[in-house]
Design a protein around this ligand. Structure first.
Ligand SMILES: [Zn+2]
Length: 446
């Protein structure tokens, strides 16, 4: 469809979505009334820019005030087909209530998009990611089932599971893989340890990824394609925005297309919030056009991307993110698919008796898996007691690991250090050291 024609179709859906949310969600009605707006004011896509931005903090606060799903839930409880959620970064996860008819539309959207990167009904999809609150696995499964292919929902995350996975893959020979890029590479290492060659002994012709940057970074993409001999496809927006596949590369892999008729995406300047022209860098801001359960309207992703309207060989006229999503405007870091805020780590440590006041977060990649190490200074009192009670440091370390795990949703390794050992810095961002090759190649502009 020509972009102008598509814009007209999007406007019709946008206006209907706003009117629907206004009628059903006290949250949106109050928010827009506060901005002096009502849905009838939106007559053009330019008008739509007057609608205030929606942030994660707002929906989290609304869910806390109106548990469990928030006052932006637009359907009755009995219409909820599935409950999912995020791993919370500040203690409380965000809950998703997905309506029955929404789930059907998500299946359709994902099947359409999977087709665009080459998946066909004759394929078998191996899903190598967590089956839990995490939306990624379930979204991939829903699309696979709708597309009519064979689904192999293997999962991940159980100790020893990867070793078992490589044997199943060798024997069943699935043709499509889904997971995170770091897990894709870890799986290949495990296969080699078992004496297998992923290229020779597996049969993946397409590997698609979400949950982490990586599949869109040329060096990582090349590594995955050389390892497996299949196409590496970058997909994924955010769990809140499910159908999250509406950012997805087609089989030409020229960057993620934005499926604008399903989720309308704007790219805005992080400071001025003005629209960024083609070729520029900004923050993707998403609006659901087909969700009726918890529609997100102008949802601020906090991610960074560039976009372009240049034609793609596939013929789709959707704009693209040629470098994928490659960074954050805030200090969040993504580890194993979870968004982690250093300030949440800081708050947790400060609330733990025995914390010495300074810490550092080190993210490394060992055996292709991300590891989060938190180096923490213990307090002087602890240092004094440690002379008499040798087990005190071990107890403190365990307690910190458990508290952090509850808050950030990922198991960290806490490494305790004597007081005054870490360098002092007034810049919060310097507390995070990202040693993953992924980010190194990114910074180098590879
Ligand atoms: Zn394309």
């Amino acid at each position: 469809m020509a972009p102008e024609e598509r814009a007209a179709a999007i406007l019709v859906k946008l206006r209907a979505q706003m009117a629907y949310a206004w009628d059903r969600a006290p949250f949106y009605r109050e928010k827009w009334q506060g901005a002096g707006l009502e849905p009838g004011d939106i007559r053009t896509l330019e008008d739509f820019r007057r609608v205030p931005i929606l942030t994660k903090e707002e929906i989290r606060a609304d869910q806390a005030a109106h548990p469990p799903f928030g006052s932006y839930l637009c359907i009755a409880g009995g219409e909820v087909a599935r409950v999912h959620g995020t791993s919370g970064t500040t203690g409380k996860p965000t809950a998703f209530a997905i309506g029955r008819d929404d789930w059907l539309r998500i299946r359709n959207a994902h099947a359409r998009i999977m087709w665009s990167f080459g998946v066909r009904p004759a394929d078998t999809l191996f899903i190598g990611s967590f089956f839990s609150l995490y939306m990624g696995s379930w979204g991939a499964l829903a699309g696979a089932e709708r597309l009519g292919m064979t689904a192999f929902p293997f999962g991940a995350g159980v100790p020893g599971q990867t070793k078992v996975a490589v044997r199943w893959i060798r024997d069943v020979k699935p043709t499509v893989f889904y997971g995170t890029p770091s897990y894709g590479l870890y799986l290949a290492e495990k296969a080699r340890e078992e004496g297998m060659d992923p290229r020779r002994d597996f049969g993946f012709r397409i590997l698609f990824f979400s949950g982490e940057p990586g599949a869109g970074i040329p060096a990582t993409k090349r590594q995955i394609e050389e390892t497996y001999g299949g196409l590496c496809v970058d997909t994924g927006s955010m769990a809140e925005m499910t159908p999250w596949m509406t950012n997805a590369e087609c089989m030409h892999r020229t960057g993620m297309h934005l499926w604008q008729d399903l989720v309308y995406t704007e790219l805005l300047d992080p400071e001025t919030k003005a629209p960024v022209p083609s070729g520029g860098e900004g923050v993707p801001v998403y609006t659901h056009l087909e969700r009726t359960s918890q529609p997100m309207i102008r949802y601020w992703s906090g991610d960074l991307a560039t976009w372009t309207g240049e034609p793609c060989p596939c013929g789709r006229t959707y704009p693209r993110l040629p470098k994928g999503i490659y960074g954050r405007v805030d200090d969040m870091v993504i580890v194993r698919g979870a968004n982690i805020s250093p300030s949440a780590i800081e708050d947790t440590l400060r609330a733990t008796p025995g914390f010495g006041g300074e810490f550092r977060v080190v993210i490394t990649r060992e055996e292709a898996m991300d590891h989060l190490v938190v180096q923490v200074e213990y307090a002087r009192e602890v240092a004094a007691q440690a002379g008499r009670d040798g087990a005190i440091l071990e107890r403190l370390r365990k307690e910190m690991e458990e508290r952090l795990r509850t808050v950030i949703g990922v198991w960290p390794t806490v490494s305790l250090l004597p007081p005054e050992t870490l360098p002092r810095s007034e810049f919060k961002a310097r507390r995070v050291i990202d040693n993953r090759d992924l980010f190194r190649s990114l910074r180098g502009g590879a």
